[in-house]
Design a protein around this ligand. Structure first.
Ligand code: FES
Length: 171
């Protein structure tokens, strides 16, 4: 008998986990950015196609690849749905908490899945402006708290993964 207790995922998380939207790589992406760690498996890669229409930067297409859990897939899926057609400036304002709320809430142990999804988006937006060589007024010069959280999560994941590896090698 399994001793694992199922996580209390919302119906929306389960629905998007089973039928994710905008899944897969994008050949003509303007930028591709990741958050998480490929070493421990919890990772999202976000593909963005950004176009400038009459001086306004718009996210024309967004897709993702996920190497994480159900919550990671669901958060990445709903994020891509939310940002397609949006001004980059408005997409920047999406927080991980907002994302989680739109999914009907995430179990606290899964907050980092949403943090990674938003982190990949913010990295993608910064990468875009680096690529085009401009810095709009609304884009903070320094990393925001949410962006720093992603680095913290990545560090925690790597430490956790290293300790598991060490335990495995000690057997
Ligand atoms: Fe790590 Fe969801 S991405 S538990």
């Amino acid at each position: 008998m399994s001793s694992r207790i199922p996580l209390p995922y919302s119906p929306k998380v389960l629905e998007l986990f089973r039928n994710p939207k905008n899944l897969g790589p994008m050949e003509d992406a303007t930028v591709v950015e990741s958050a998480g760690s490929p070493a421990c498996g919890d990772m999202i890669r976000l593909y963005l196609k950004i176009v400038n229409i009459d001086g306004v930067d718009i996210i024309e297409k967004a897709t993702f690849e996920s190497y994480g859990c159900a919550a990671n897939i669901a958060t990445a899926s709903i994020l891509t749905e939310m940002i397609i057609g949006k001004k980059v400036e408005d997409a920047w304002k999406i927080s991980w908490k907002y994302l989680s709320d739109q999914l009907g809430g995430l179990p606290p142990i899964k907050y980092h899945c949403s943090i990674l999804a938003v982190g990949a988006l913010k990295r993608g937006i910064r990468a875009y402006y680096k690529k085009v060589g401009s810095h709009p007024d609304w884009l903070p010069k320094d990393l925001t708290t949410e962006e720093k959280q992603v680095f913290e999560e990545e560090e925690i994941m790597m430490r956790y993964y290293s300790s598991l590896k060490t335990l495995g090698e000690g057997r």
